[in-house]
Write a protein that binds this ligand. Structure first.
Ligand code: C5P
Length: 237
């Protein structure tokens, strides 16, 4: 596969075209950002760690029957994915209260959410990814009711698989964000799953092992990501 020109550079990943019109290369960079890009830093090893972490999780999801865009690792910091027509809606499931939910509703951090919540956000940097709902998504044409129903079902299926996977490693999957796109008429999981886009706490101590370490200036960010990987049996080098 031949790597061609850069299609898009996000805050932590760059996307390249290839000689295959249906395939892209994702390059995971060391760049880390939070608060709509207001806090930025390059963290050594992060691109490699997140690339391998994402490959491991996408493999687990595929094995559970969830369609993903992931094709395979290309290098330490790159992977090959299917080129999706992305749906500009972020799906968030929460098992425990944290982050935006605590800020919005004033509920106690760490309270168990039963049943887990499902939220939609518009993927729009300029507007700070505002919260939306199914009615708005349908009216403004961001996603059809059929797409929304499938995305919701898949997002909860991911929860069933990953909650148990992390629990087996002594961790709580607090919340996470997923993005989907269309490939050959089918809804497929896109983007990435890494500690950048989810919250993971140690089951016993509730120590934060995810990007909140960066957001909150707790230090040991990549050390925590690697600890999560180690507990799942991921070999980084
Ligand atoms: O900030 P909030 O609490 O709404 O985030 C919920 C989950 O979604 C967190 O795990 C966060 O890392 C993830 N998220 C993300 N990208 C966004 C918004 C949220 O990865 N743009």
């Amino acid at each position: 596969m031949e790597k061609r020109d850069e299609l898009y550079a996000g805050k932590a990943k760059s996307v390249y075209r290839t000689d295959d019109p249906d395939r892209l290369i994702l390059h995971f960079r060391d760049d880390t950002s939070a608060f709509d890009g207001k806090k930025k830093e390059a963290l050594a090893r992060k691109g490699m760690v997140n690339n391998k972490f994402n490959a491991f999780i996408m493999g687990k999801l595929e094995a559970a029957g969830i369609p993903t865009h992931f094709d395979g690792l290309l290098s330490d910091t790159e992977c090959v994915v299917k080129k999706l027509d992305m749906i500009p809606v972020e799906c968030v499931v929460r098992n425990l209260a944290a982050g935006g939910l605590v800020r919005r509703l004033g509920v106690e951090e760490g309270m168990t959410l039963n049943p887990p919540t499902f939220e939609l956000f518009l993927k729009n940097d300029e507007k700070g990814d505002p919260m939306i709902n199914e009615s708005l998504a349908e009216t403004f044409g961001w996603a059809t009711p059929e797409q929304l129903a499938r995305m919701k079902a898949l997002t909860f299926q991911v929860n069933d698989v990953l909650k148990q996977l992390f629990l087996d490693g002594g961790m709580l999957l607090v919340d996470y964000k997923l993005e989907f796109g269309m490939f050959n008429g089918e809804i497929v999981l896109g983007d990435e799953f890494s500690p950048d886009g989810c919250r993971l706490w140690d089951e016993k101590t509730r120590e934060k092992l995810d990007k909140d370490r960066f957001r909150q200036g707790l230090g040991g960010v990549i050390e925590a990501y690697e600890e999560v990987g180690r507990r799942l049996g991921i070999v980084f080098d």
